[in-house]
Structure formats: structure tokens, C-alpha cells
Design a protein around this ligand. Structure first.
Ligand code: MG
Ligand code: MG
Length: 275
């Protein structure tokens, strides 16, 4: 069952999302080779609690941390570890928070130090795909239009692997609500998008093949071919004309400008968001 949100509820979700993005901006300012996922995770948790929120993921189905940190072939759901980040790592960081009864959810992928042009292109395309999905999160479109836009751009135009097993989701009083929001789909298919629908759109895109498996830690999803993967996520409210993006990556992008050890990502500005 889909829970449509009132304007007040959407503002509560926005507040949680903006706290998440402050935590991710802190990650953007701090992450570098030599630091560990555990360190970053502790700092993110403190920041979230300082804002009167709880980490959204910690304890969720037994997940032990505030951040999901998925390195290189890690797609999502990685557990922050004591392993130091290395030059050349591609680090996806996913974060949730919970405040006033509502969740926020957002993710960003960071490229540390010397990273190939091929990998930077994967990050830019995945981030651009997120906005192509969001451009379809408007009244009058259907759920399949979102997945179609992401899949068409990443798979057909760029020949990347679009992960099938993991999907975006509704968000609100629960971290994961109906409907599922796949990163693949058919144009014009699926439920109509209506005002009040709040969804997390989160392309998970692999440089190589689309197949993934679970790592031996029981949590991390990794690519079967061990090639890198990228993940960008916004929580958005469906509106007429333009989706309302409740999370905000601008503070993350600003923080990256002053961290010389992490690359800026950006979107591919020459491309239209229309698909
Ligand atoms: Mg997330
Ligand atoms: Mg999510």
C-alpha cells in the first residue's frame, strides 16, 4: 500500500533528508586515503545526533552502522570497516536519518586520489541518470518512466550494468515503503505518479556487467565481475511540473571543492534530462 504524504509530512521528510545531506557533506570534507570507514561512520553518527535525529540505518534489520560504505566493487550495503581507504578507491556512502517520525535517505559516491577517466565517467553518468529519473517523478508520468529513463541512459547509451536486484523505494514513516522504484522499466507502465508520493530514486550502476552477489560479510552487495560500481540517491516528492528534491547534494559538492583528495563529480551538463 502506498502512503501519500501531506505537505506537512513532506516537510518532516525534508528535514530528515537535509540532516542526512549535512552528514554526507561532512563525509565529503573528511574522506581521504588513510582514513577508515569506521572513523567516518562515528563522525556521521555524532553529527546526526547533534541535529536531534537518529541514524536511520543503525539497527535496521540488524545493520550495525550509521553509513553504508561500499568500496570499489561494493555496490551498496557495505559495513564501515577498519580498513584504510586507499588512493584510487571509489567509495559509495549511503546515509539515512530519522527525526519526528520520518526518515530521510540519500547517497553519494566519492572518488579518492588517482582515479581513471573511465571511473569518473561512470560517476558522472550515474549522477546524471539520477536527475534523469527525477525529471520523470512528476504528476502525469508513471513509475516505469523513471526506471526507463535511468536504464535507457546508462545501459543503452553508455553500456553500463544496471543492477536489477536492488531498487529505490517509497519513504516516510518507514525507511522502505511501497512502491519499489526500479532503475529499469518500460515507458508508460506502472502506477500513475500522484502528488504526495515520496520516493527515493537511487541508480546503482556498474562499470561492467549488471550481475551482483552478496559478499561473505552477509551485507555488502558486490559486482560479480569485481568491476567498480556507483550509487547516487535523492529522496523526492512528486509534484506537477518539477519534482521537489527533498535531499540536497549542493553542500556535498561544495565540500568537495575544498577537499583536494576527492574528485568533484557533477552531472553531464550538455545532456538534456528528457528521455
Ligand atoms: Mg540510501
Ligand atoms: Mg534508499
Amino acid at each position: 500500500m502506498i502512503f501519500y504524504k501531506t505537505a506537512d509530512e513532506i516537510e518532516q521528510i525534508r528535514e530528515s533528508c537535509l540532516i542526512v545531506c549535512k552528514a554526507l557533506a561532512h563525509v565529503a570534507s573528511r574522506i581521504r586515503p588513510g582514513m577508515t570507514g569506521e572513523q567516518i561512520d562515528r563522525e556521521a553518527e555524532a553529527l546526526i545526533r547533534d541535529h536531534g535525529a537518529d541514524p536511520g540505518f543503525k539497527g535496521y534489520r540488524g545493520f550495525p552502522a550509521t553509513l553504508c560504505i561500499s568500496v570499489n566493487e561494493g555496490v551498496v550495503h557495505g559495513i564501515p570497516s577498519k580498513t584504510e581507504f586507499r588512493d584510487g578507491d571509489v567509495v559509495s556512502v549511503d546515509c539515512g536519518s530519522f527525526k519526528n517520525g520520518f526518515y530521510g535517505d540519500s547517497a553519494f559516491t566519492f572518488a579518492l586520489g588517482e582515479v581513471s577517466d573511465e571511473v569518473m565517467q561512470l560517476l558522472r553518468v550515474t549522477n546524471t541518470a539520477l536527475y534523469k529519473g527525477i525529471a520523470n517523478a512528476i504528476v502525469g508520468k508513471r513509475l516505469g518512466d523513471i526506471g526507463f529513463a535511468v536504464q535507457e541512459y546508462c545501459e543503452r547509451q553508455h553500456k553500463y550494468g544496471v543492477v536489477r536486484e536492488l531498487v529505490g523505494h517509497g519513504i516516510g514513516r518507514n525507511l522502505h515503503e511501497a512502491p519499489e522504484v526500479p532503475n529499469y522499466g518500460k515507458r508508460g507502465r506502472g502506477p500513475m505518479l500522484k502528488e504526495g508520493l515520496v520516493i527515493a530514486i537511487e541508480p546503482m550502476i556498474n562499470l561492467g556487467r549488471k550481475e551482483v552477489r552478496q559478499a561473505s560479510d552477509g551485507w555488502t552487495i558486490i559486482t560479480k565481475d569485481k568491476q567498480p560500481s556507483a550509487h547516487f540517491e535523492h529522496s523526492v516528492a512528486v509534484k506537477k511540473g518539477n519534482a521537489d528534491i527533498l535531499s540536497n547534494h549542493e553542500p556535498i559538492e561544495a565540500a568537495l571543492q575544498s577537499n583536494p583528495e576527492v574528485h568533484e563529480v557533477g552531472v553531464i551538463a550538455t545532456e538534456s534530462l528528457e528521455i
